[in-house]
Design a protein around this ligand. Structure first.
Ligand SMILES: [Zn+2]
Length: 932
């Protein structure tokens, strides 16, 4: 052995962090055949997966974790990177992170000892939005650097931090990279015109699914976040940066959500600063924050934002970049330095590799910060958890803008709000001098007993659709929430609850998430200036999931207890199986129309050729109400009924006697066509997912097929979601046709038009077809000249009708209550009042007299304050206006669902409107023999 080789060996030895000699590691260039960030080159998931496996086998700093399958069946990988000695005790460090985050049964001394011992856990992801290709590529390069770098900073990082490198969307990377790389001439490569959504069902909305976790990928990610690793910092990579800048970096603009711990926000600021500082140190200008973009911390449901409700520091960046070189444009206002854009960047040509370098620097900044503050981060997540538990164990009040307004208005009524600032150099700042000083009495009003936060929520097992309530409970399970179930009947506050009811106590670390799922979001009235336009919330303003799903629950304001068993974390729940009652001499079975899962049962029966009817009225409805399903005795029926009663806990009862034929309609399988477009519509994808979940067979139909007409030969019912049918007076932009379109997609190119498509749809309706329109596609009613008009209009000075401007009426995504006519067949099984999802939705006035009109109201806003959760500026104009209507058109039927009845697969409370409409499309009056 030469002296020189001895020296090399000892240097490597004293480096402390394992061998990690680059000689033994395969670089990205060696593996992929190009360097990450080379212009015109993208890696597929197949190649990336192989690289992660190769590198993990070569490096003693990496461990590969199988997070589960994707919706298309791929394996979703997470690469854990840390020092080799940490890898040996990974389970110990995971247990420490878990115990500190849950903050249960820990004294502060124990917690501090754990924080001293533990490692910071930091999540770095990539590729969630697959066309934002910088995401996956910076992730590949980051894993390589974590495995290969030997500089002192990296050694310190690996010693202090466990880095979770998470691939957020394998299917998307495979689709997008293959599409891009299909051109052999690199300069012809383009991300334009990817043929379908980059997540099987929901594309970009894959970042809207994290409290719901309907998709496999969100479920996998949530498991790592909230049941396994509990990272203190979660860095979610996105693209693209605001024009004229390179990157949006936290902190975010207001409003922030009052449900979570303020330590979260301070943490976000700290890490945002760390990224900004590092950029400046490395001579990387062009990062903007806060007012630089529209991102706030109000909304729950994104990968980043759901972490806030779990006491985690959630970071989002949006970077510019493309494998095709781009130009940073000259945008005048992006050249003025400000607190939110300290170092503007000159307009210039920009290469992919530069975006990778910025991302690597941002990751390093986050990891360096986590390393330096390792113990503080661990202590803080414990502290936030402990704060939450304490708040849930005593009377506490959560600030809500609406309540504050009430108190202030009350004080104003007493003449107590005169401005009291006489000092000319008031330090109060903007709004300070106009902000009233109120008395202790008014403060006490804000502390009303009935305004206390609930100590817990009870979900009774005897509600009409307990199966759906259990689905709601499972969203909490997937979000790491602690749950109890009653082992016996019990009483709280004078009310009896049956065994099997669920109890969600708020004395738990993730209390902010619990409150956010059950309590209304009270969005502030947020305008640019008095009388000015609204500051549009990022995504939506209100979402209370328990409302959207139509779950019955009670809020309990006092401490309470009972015969409750604590459920193990992460244990998915199923409704209790019900034995099928013997039909005996009875004439078959009756099935509840109030449970969504009854539609799965009916679809299975119809598929097996078993006759199924619905009881319109009369004694035969048992106490299920109109629309009760009636399944006559049939040799194939029993096994299917038995299985569904067990699987879904459905309420099925013997039919004492066959209902009268006059009271019945007979169902038949419906030929369903669901509209979609080339590239994929997200609302259509969500609806596709819902139809599959509820076992409705269907076909996807594109504009060319619709325009070809003769639709009645192929379909009984056509579904048009928001975005399908244009309004009468909009001219759609020309079709964006990708170069070299593969011929199999020719039949998908096109769009629904007034000229071509509407006549075909009219013919379909007149021939007896059914069309269901949702949201903006209800414009079909105007194309057809039905006697309705928008309720959201006013006359201007010249007497012309125009849409209400945003300063008079503005309801971004929010939950509103509407009244239903449950005798209308499309509303069968629905309660008389239900929560609807309203997302800048159309609202109707019927213009013809009720008896003489082909249009009939099914659901309407009853009060002048229908808002249940979110923000509804000017909501009083909704009073007595229609949100759901049905219209006869020739022999057919058109449904107008103004509200989003199938929103992101969250609105289980209104799914029945969709299911009934589909089912009724093939229903016929029962013949006398049917009732046998
Ligand atoms: Zn994105």
């Amino acid at each position: 052995m030469t002296l020189r080789s001895l020296l090399v060996i000892s240097l490597v030895f004293f480096a402390g962090v394992g061998r990690a000699t680059s000689a033994s590691l395969t670089s990205p260039k060696e593996h992929f055949g190009f360097a990450i960030g080379d212009d015109y080159h993208l890696a597929t998931y197949t190649q990336t997966e192989a690289y992660f496996k190769k590198l993990a086998a070569q490096s003693d700093r990496l461990r590969l974790v199988d997070m589960g399958r994707t919706e298309e069946g791929r394996t979703q990988w997470m690469v854990i990177a840390t020092a080799p000695e940490n890898l040996k005790s990974l389970d110990r460090y995971k247990a420490i992170a878990q115990r500190l985050a849950r903050a249960e049964d820990l004294t502060p001394e124990q917690a501090h000892a754990l924080a001293a011992e533990g490692k910071a856990v930091v999540w770095l992801d990539g590729g969630l939005h697959a066309t934002e290709t910088v995401g996956t590529h910076q992730l590949i390069e980051t894993v390589w650097h974590l495995a290969n770098s030997t500089d002192a900073e990296m050694q310190r990082i690996l010693r202090d931090v466990i880095v979770l490198c998470v691939h957020a969307n394998p299917d998307g990377q495979e689709l997008v990279s293959n599409w891009y790389m299909r051109e052999s001439d690199p300069t012809q490569r383009s991300l334009n015109g990817v043929p379908r959504l980059y997540q099987k069902y929901i594309g970009h909305d894959n970042n809207r699914d994290f409290y719901m976790a309907a998709m496999k990928e969100s479920t996998n990610i949530n498991r790592q976040l909230y049941l396994e690793w509990f990272p203190q910092v979660v860095y979610n990579h996105h693209q693209s940066g605001p024009a004229g800048t390179v990157m949006f970096v936290p902190p975010f603009r207001d409003p922030f959500n009052y449900n979570f711990d303020p330590l979260v926000i301070v943490g976000v600021e700290t890490f945002g600063n760390a990224i900004q500082s590092r950029f400046l140190q490395e001579g990387k200008p062009g990062a903007t924050s806060r007012s630089g973009a529209n991102y706030s911390t109000w909304w729950n449901g994104g990968l980043r934002t759901t972490t806030y409700f779990h006491n985690m520091i959630g970071l989002l960046t949006e970077i510019i970049g493309s494998p095709n070189p781009i130009q940073i444009p000259f945008i005048a206002r992006r050249q003025q330095p400000s607190n939110d854009l300290t170092a503007p960047i000159a307009p210039q040509r920009w290469h992919y590799r530069q975006s990778i370098e910025y991302s690597l620097a941002a990751n390093r900044a986050v990891l360096d910060q986590a390393s330096r503050h390792r113990e503080v981060l661990l202590r803080n997540i414990y502290l936030m958890g402990r704060n939450s538990i304490a708040r849930g164990n005593r009377d506490s009040w959560t600030f809500r803008p609406g309540r504050l307004e009430q108190v202030v208005r009350g004080a104003a009524g007493e003449g107590k709000v005169a401005g009291e600032d006489d000092a000319s150099d008031s330090p109060d700042g903007p709004g300070g001098s106009g902000s009233p000083r109120l008395s202790q009495k008014h403060w006490d009003q804000f502390r009303k007993p009935e305004w206390r936060d609930p100590r817990g929520f009870i979900i009774p097992a005897d509600q009409a659709d307990f199966g759906t309530a259990v689905k709601f409970v499972n969203t909490l399970v997937k979000n790491g929430i602690a749950l109890h179930r009653a082992t016996a009947d019990f009483s709280v506050a004078g009310k009896r609850y049956p065994q099997g009811s669920y109890v969600v106590k708020t004395a738990q670390a993730f209390r902010p998430h619990v409150l956010d799922m059950f309590e209304p979001q009270d969005h502030p009235n947020d305008f640019r200036h008095e009388g000015g336009p609204p500051n549009k919330p990022y995504d939506v303003a209100g979402w209370t999931l328990a409302f959207q799903m139509g779950v019955a629950f009670d809020r309990i304001l006092e401490g309470f207890d009972g015969p409750f068993e604590r459920l193990p974390y992460g244990q998915l729940q199923t409704p209790p199986a019900r034995p099928l009652p013997a039909a005996g001499a009875a004439a078959g079975h009756l099935v509840t129309p109030r449970a969504n899962d009854s539609f799965i049962l009916v679809n299975r029966l119809l598929k097996a050729g078993v006759p199924v009817h619905r009881v319109r009225q009369g004694a035969a409805t048992a106490d299920f109400g109109p629309g009760t399903f009636y399944v006559p005795t049939h040799p194939a029926a029993r096994a299917i009924l038995e299985r569904a009663a067990a699987q879904f806990g459905l309420d099925v009862r013997p039919a004492v006697a066959a209902p009268a034929a006059a009271d019945l309609i007979t169902l038949a399988p419906a030929r369903i066509g669901l509209w979609d477009r080339y590239g994929g519509s997200m609302p259509s994808g969500w609806t596709r997912f819902i139809l599959e979940q509820f076992e409705f067979p269907f076909e996807v139909v594109f504009a060319p097929e619709i325009d070809a007409g003769k639709l009645r030969e192929k379909f009984d019912v056509l579904l048009f979601v928001t975005g399908a049918i244009p309004s009468q007076n909009t001219r759609p932009p020309p079709l964006n046709r990708p170069r070299n379109l593969p011929p199999e997609f020719e039949a998908q190119m096109g769009r629904i038009t007034g000229e071509q498509s509407v006549p075909a749809l009219k013919e379909f309706l007149q021939g007896g077809g059914t069309i269901v329109t949702i949201g903006s596609s209800t414009s079909l009613a105007y194309h057809l000249g039905l006697p309705i008009q928008s309720a959201l209009t006013e006359r201007n000075a010249e007497g012309r009708l125009r849409n209400l401007p945003d300063d008079k009426f503005y309801i971004p995504g929010s939950v509103l209550e509407a009244r239903l006519d449950p005798t209308e067949p499309v509303a069968w099984g629905m309660p008389e009042r239900a929560d609807f999802y309203f997302d800048r939705s159309p609202v109707f006035s019927l213009t013809a007299a009720p008896g003489a009109s082909p249009v009939k109201t099914v659901a309407w806003f009853e009060s002048e304050k229908p808002l249940r959760s979110g923000w509804a500026w000017g909501q009083k104009v909704l009073k007595e206006r229609t949100t759901v209507a049905t219209a006869n058109v020739g022999a057919g039927r058109l449904y107008l669902m103004g509200s989003e009845i199938a929103f992101r697969s969250q609105t289980h409370g209104t799914f029945k409107l969709l299911f009934n409409a589909v089912q009724l499309s093939t229903a016929s009056p029962a013949t006398a023999s049917a009732a046998r």
